[in-house]
Design a protein around this ligand. Structure first.
Ligand code: SAM
Length: 248
């Protein structure tokens, strides 16, 4: 049988791809990509002429079966996503699970990941952290998710899109309290990279008042609940947030 190579691509800067990743993408029979139109320019740039096939949410079931068949026939396949590491808030989990269940070797070719890149420059405790991916888009669901996380002592890492960054930061401030340290890592490895670290109250102000800070791609990090934080205060805040949602 072949091997399923799970290959990281850049999250911004085009040179953030390993020599082994390029070599692998050149040598496999086919590359399964989240969006072939998106990945084609990168392949051209890197002089990779391997055929691309689509693997996204909408065709996952059929695509997985077809790819596993090819792997069983001895072909090697690479999996990539639009940016960074596949499976990290990106498609691929079902393919990897099916391949592993079929006894096919799955091997990582690691590289960029926005969450880890952000953590590496945030200056927040990094010995223990939790990756929460995207929060729910609607405020009520988002706040209840945040409330579940309010007592967690580990650094929290979220992905967020530009049209919800202000709303999410505001909910974080309200649920975790304005004094809790937060970091907004925007456009990492790109031209307008910015990393802002402040207590959440100030961070909300800063991002809300500057439309430029609302553009692009974001990782939001929040310090875990510190020992210094008064339990009663946190509990009061939690109850207040719940009550306020019920008020007109
Ligand atoms: N698989 C990717 C990875 O390894 O990071 C993540 C894919 S997810 C669909 C896209 C989200 O990742 C964006 O909405 C943003 O939250 C984050 N992201 C991706 N690239 C980024 C960058 N250059 N700077 C900041 N955040 C980024």
């Amino acid at each position: 049988t072949g091997c399923l190579w799970v290959v990281a691509t850049p999250i911004g800067h085009r040179d953030d791809i390993s020599a082994r990743a390029i070599e692998t993408l050149r040598n496999v029979s086919v590359i399964a990509a989240e969006d072939t139109r998106h990945s084609r320019p990168l392949m051209l740039q890197l002089n990779i002429s391997t055929p691309l096939i689509a693997l996204h949410e909408h065709n996952e079931r059929e695509a997985v079966a077809a790819i596993v068949r090819r792997l069983q026939d001895g072909e090697s396949v690479a999996l990539i996503s639009d940016a960074g590491t596949p499976l990290v808030s990106d498609p691929g989990f079902r393919l990897v699970r099916a391949a592993r269940e079929a006894g096919i070797r799955c091997a990582p070719v690691p590289g960029a990941c926005a969450a880890i890149a952000a953590l590496s420059v945030a200056g927040l405790p990094s010995d223990r952290f939790v990756f929460e991916g995207f929060l729910p888009p609607k405020s009520a669901a988002r706040r209840s998710r945040l409330q579940e996380l309010a007592g967690d002592a580990r650094t929290l890492i979220f992905y967020e899109s530009s049209h919800r960054v202000v709303e999410s930061l505001t909910d974080m401030r309200d649920v975790f309290g304005g004094e809790r340290p937060g970091v907004v890592a925007r456009e990492l490895t790109k031209m307008f990279e910015t990393v802002l670290g402040e207590p959440l109250a100030e961070l909300v102000e800063r991002v809300t008042s500057d439309p430029n800070q609302q553009r692009g791609e974001f990782v939001i990090l929040v310090a875990g609940r510190g020992e210094h934080e008064d339990d009663q205060l946190a509990e009061g805040r939690r109850v207040f947030t719940i009550l306020r949602q019920e008020l007109p």
